[in-house]
Design a binder for this molecule. Sequence first.
Ligand code: PAF
Length: 282
Amino acid sequence: MKVSQTIDSVREKVKDARKQGKTIGLVPTMGALHEGHISLVEAARKKCDFVVVSIFVNPTQFGPAEDFDKYPRPIEDDLKKCEQAGVDLVFNPSPNEMYPEKVITWVNVEKITENLCGSSRPGHFRGVTTVCSKLFNIVTPDMAFFGQKDAQQSIVIKRMVADLNMPLEIVVCPIIREENGLAMSSRNKYLSEQEKEDASYIYKSLQKCMEMIDSGSRETETLINEMRTILKAKKSIKVEYISIVDEKTLENIDKIQGKSLAAIAVRIGSTRLIDNFPIDIT
Ligand code: PAF
């Protein structure tokens, strides 16, 4: 496995791989890798010949009061995990390599970035789409792999790629969960054992919603109230949103029909956690 810290070095290695006729898969990450990330690498290995993982805690997607400084950066451990997972190249640039000057050129997807996480994290998605555009331009992958856990992020990136005619395919892979149902996330590292247990109620509430939909419930208000009641059982959980939205517009809907998304964001202590499940009743 090779590790590059500079854009020139990545371009050179990708060029060599292309010369050998290899297809390129990119797994963009902010490090603190867990099984969810490894599942993305595995998916990339199945579909592409040369797998690049980027590890970069992207400052432009964090708000001023968010956890940029304390975000975990266990780089040695991450490199070991990448090596074990069969990654060909890790791109681990410094902030200065990615942003040598104050950013004045942004890639911004409108509308679908306003609801859900967009409403409490202004500027977050603009940072994500800007850094992903840069990574796509640097690595020039045929495919890039994202997790369903960040459902809104995946939808926004797909839309950006379509709108800007970027020549790559976005592959979205299923959520990987802890035994108790908690969706894997680098931020789970912030939780105590008790908080992790409490956090399992997020998935419990989503499961209840799925069951109710399977039994014919369609009114989103009823479903959301039920999820809220389940989450209320844990005092440590402060709900930021529980929403059921149209899968394409990400606008709240009153009645489920076609493809939609049930999504939750909560805080436990100072840790923000998200989860979701896609609904398809077409
Ligand atoms: O999902 C993440 O880890 C980040 O938002 C991403 C896509 C790597 C961009 O920094």
